[in-house]
Design a binder for this molecule. Sequence first.
Ligand code: ADP
Ligand code: MG
Length: 427
Amino acid sequence: MEAIRKQYTLTVDDQEEIIKRFTNEMLNGLKGEKSTIKMIPSFVTKRPTGDEKGDFLALDLGGTNFRVVLYHLLGDHRNTQDEKKYRIPEEAMTGTAEQLFDFIAKCVLDVNPPDNVPLGFTFSFPCLQFNIKDGELCEWTKGFSTSGCVGKNPTELLNEALKRQGSSIRVAALVNDTVGTLMAKCYEQNNCLVGVILGTGYNCAYVEMANNIPKWKGSKEGEMLINMECGGFGVLDGYRTEEDIELDKLTPNPGAQYNEKMVSGMYLGEICRRLMLKLVKAKELFQSATIDENGHIHSYMEFGTPNLSVIEADGSVDLEDVKKVLEEAGVHNSTLEDRKTVKELANIVSGRSIALAACDITAICRHMGEKSKDCVVGIDGSLYKLYPGYHSRLVKSLVGLKQTCLVELSEDGSGKGAAIIAMSTVH
Ligand code: ADP
Ligand code: MG
């Protein structure tokens, strides 16, 4: 246990080293040189004032659920919305492009949207962007493996599916959820310079000056929002553990998204599961308990991050909720000592996620220099929203790194941002 704690806890010196490596990758990415951080210009060059008005449709695809949302921007920093959520069927995530995009198009028709409403498509996977509405999927992440999509334009795939379904709606903007999150927060308050997603995946966007992007061949005037794809940050030798390495090998995208696999909600539960089994093997955990052979504790990716939330939130003397979570995972008759250990493991795993996210946000703010002082960092995603203490521990970690930015929830940033960007294409 002691060794695990030591290995997973990042000191401020560790964090400074990671910030240095991250900054280096950022700069390489901006130059267009080899880098694990793609630094993709989003073609979004103007932030909203909050006065914008009108009705816009947004699609949010990028993880567990798929959402179709009709936004009514009211001006004065306010909006209302009508939203419908759909569970993405397994065959759409792992089948053919036609299966996935026909599913999406049918959901769009299902909400009876007004004719020709501008559509913002939040497609939260690494995409090179060619203009505000067209791009190319670089690779799938977060468990998707639908065939016939990598190297293709998601906008074209969706427009064709909409046509097949008899709809006249077409995509006006292709949006990454981090860029959307930044824009949505700006609609509320103007000094948001960083957008972060901490959900199934992990990624950041920030406001760069166009003349600071050597690889950018367009206008060097004004701003350009950058979709960093920093979940891909991979210069983490010395920090990746045995669990990270083993987990990565079993994912559909081995060798990629190292940062995401240490930070995001998709993986924290699995890391914790592996640590529990490691302690069982070392005879430090569950020695008097009985463990079902087919229990989730033995199944890859079956011990979800929401379990860690329950574990960390349990303030009871007997850790009754921890016990319940363990029972559900197939561990019976755990001792209080066992449960305390499990709670500490959860804390260690979430702590590393928070420390790494703080490194990246700090690197981004330092890179922006003076203007980042007291800027807002808008964050969306269930890990950030629902994990007990994630926000306050992140703030503390940033203070430790001498950051003065303000971390705030960007409520429904990934959807609302797409509507705002769709709006910018018609005004
Ligand atoms: P997405 O990233 O898929 O667009 P979310 O932002 O809702 O959607 O993130 C979903 C992810 O958040 C899940 O994969 C899960 O890992 C994590 N998550 C969901 N509920 C909780 C919770 N209660 N505590 C911690 N993490 C959670
Ligand atoms: Mg999302």
